[in-house]
Write a protein that binds this ligand. Sequence first.
Ligand code: FAD
Ligand code: NAP
Length: 254
Amino acid sequence: MSLIPCKVLTTQKTDDRLVYMTVEKPEGFTYKPGQFVRCALPLVDNPQSDADFIGRPYSMASHPTDNELAFYIAKLPEGEVSPQMFDLKVGDTLYIDDTAWGMMSDMRLAKGETLLMMGSGTGIASYLSFMKDNLWSRFDRVVVVHSVRKNADHALTERFEALAESHKNAFDFVSITTREANVSKMNGFNRRLPELIESGEFEKTLNVELTPEKARVILCGNPDFVQAVKTVLKERGFTAPRRGQLGTLVSETY
Ligand SMILES: Cc1cc2nc3c(=O)[nH]c(=O)nc-3n(C[C@H](O)[C@H](O)[C@H](O)COP(=O)(O)OP(=O)(O)OC[C@H]3O[C@@H](n4cnc5c(N)ncnc54)[C@H](O)[C@@H]3O)c2cc1C
Ligand SMILES: NC(=O)c1ccc[n+]([C@@H]2O[C@H](COP(=O)([O-])OP(=O)(O)OC[C@H]3O[C@@H](n4cnc5c(N)ncnc54)[C@H](OP(=O)(O)O)[C@@H]3O)[C@@H](O)[C@H]2O)c1
């Protein structure tokens, strides 16, 4: 069986649908920022094989050097797995696959001035992992863009700000709230990201040049969000890495 039992160490629920949790890291488990792993729960009392589990992929919000694994999970009320993940308590067992997957890495991007990590919903989980990876040794400036429906969904903002504490002058957090008035004090928008980019409002407010000459982009989250932003960026000349060649844009869809 490739699934390894791991004890849940902490759970932090910010409301009735979002949880940030840490679990034991299996011995020898390795991964890179941006990767995900299959998390699984047993379907029967004494699971004997992988067939006795139901699982889904979740991105690591932790850094490979951290002692524990962290996940940021949204409960989909009609979902099979996420409500059970949401209900896990400290001391419960979560099963983790022995192998991490995923190609969403800043190392596949050519060197550039500004790195923009854009995500929707829980799609920004991996960006916490990237933030602990000393991005400022490769990029002059780092911008995290988080698009959510409601202000309450901006539950990770303070974690990002804490990780950028020693790079305050070279970091911006952009909050987009699309289904109610945005209450953030800095860099807060109320419209979808593709519109903000196309209108020029995004670049003007952030004082950033969103071109493949200057910027590098990581995109993650809702497939519609990722596709819509990708379309706008591709029109501007951004390209994915191909055949061993570095790119200007990498992405992962949920
Ligand atoms: C590479 C990868 C990494 C992921 N990382 C994370 C993560 O870090 N945090 C996280 O919360 N989720 C993440 N997901 C999504 C996660 O794997 C599950 O799909 C999600 O938790 C729903 O599972 P479920 O069993 O509860 O719902 P299901 O029973 O599989 O689906 C219920 C319904 O919801 C729809 N649905 C599935 N996923 C979503 C979604 N994300 N948004 C809206 N509708 C959806 C399905 O189409 C279906 O109609 C990731 C997915 C991928 C592919
Ligand atoms: N967030 C909640 O309060 C809430 C509550 C109950 C259930 N849920 C369920 O949880 C699931 C995931 O929720 P989520 O909050 O992560 O929502 P989501 O639907 O993935 O939306 C997250 C962000 O992505 C934006 N977006 C979606 N499609 C886009 C596109 N094509 N172009 C540009 N931006 C786009 C959304 O804008 P728009 O708002 O304009 O779509 C929103 O700002 C949803 O399917 C929903 O069923 C969510």
